[in-house]
Design a protein around this ligand. Structure first.
Ligand SMILES: Cc1cc2nc3c(=O)[nH]c(=O)nc-3n(C[C@H](O)[C@H](O)[C@H](O)COP(=O)(O)O)c2cc1C
Length: 230
């Protein structure tokens, strides 16, 4: 049965997309993944250089990567990403500090019911990232290190296009920067060349709509506060 989002407008895709963190085991056929990547590749980029690359993981290769990450996590803990994605937890400035805390309280407190003091349960939940939250397809997005700044913008455009195109094909996603902590493992397992950096992972599949983790919705600041009309 087609999903309600299939063939949706861009507006419907923008309003219908949200990060899904609980998936059905239902597989996504390879031709659908190829169609999705072909749509995302229509993204604009600096002089059309298309600096992106996507590693597609399913079945045994996805399991192998998840296992390698968990092994590294237990043995060495989290490491540094290929680029400085975000400040240390105590170095955030306002208003981002408050927005980030609000998001965390909603996810961990309201949706998962794990108090801030229960760091062990929070860590166990965090680890579900490395299984792509049970999604049948895991994507690892990389981008050329050169020219660094425009390539990062291009990668962001590709990521957004991918998530919106997924909606139009009746699929759900969650972008996952948490994979950055394990760039060396990703490099080794996926044979990522030195001139590419890992941007993020993306869980891809069909939302388990019965699960509270796939129903969590986030709010946005009003247009008046994000725009200045001159
Ligand atoms: C680049 C990027 C990386 C992200 N990394 C993670 C992640 O590692 N784990 C996770 O659960 N969510 C991750 N998210 C999802 C954000 O938390 C989410 O987009 C944000 O809270 C807004 O919610 P929404 O996507 O449902 O609109 C990431 C989002 C982006 C854009």
């Amino acid at each position: 049965m087609p999903s309600p989002s299939e063939g949706c407008t861009v507006e419907e895709a923008l309003l219908g997309r949200h990060s899904v963190r609980a998936f059905l085991p239902r597989p996504v056929p390879r031709d659908q993944v190829e169609r999705l990547l072909g749509l995302a590749a229509r993204s604009a980029s600096n002089s059309n250089i298309q600096p992106w690359h996507v590693h597609v993981l399913t079945g045994a290769s996805k399991k192998r990567l998840s296992a390698a990450i968990l092994e590294a996590l237990v043995a060495e803990g989290r490491g540094e990403g290929d680029y400085p994605y975000q400040p240390a937890p105590d170095s955030w400035l306002e208003p981002f500090k408050t927005r980030r805390r609000t998001f965390g309280e909603k996810l961990y407190g309201e949706t998962l019911g794990i108090p801030a003091t229960d760091t062990e349960s929070r860590e166990l939940y965090r680890r579900r990232n490395y299984d792509f939250f049970g999604a049948p397809v895991g994507l690892i997005l990389t981008v050329s290190r050169h020219p660094q700044h425009s390539a990062l913008i291009d990668a962001g455009l590709f990521l957004q296009a991918l998530m919106l195109a997924a909606r139009s094909l009746g699929l759900d996603t969650c972008a996952q920067a948490s994979f950055l902590d394990f760039s060396p493992v990703l490099r080794r397992e996926l044979d990522i060349p030195d001139d590419h950096m890992v941007i993020c992972g993306v869980a891809l599949g069909h939302a388990d709509t019965t699960h509270p983790l796939s129903r969590q919705l986030t709010s946005r600041e009003p247009v008046e506060s994000l725009a200045t009309f001159h």
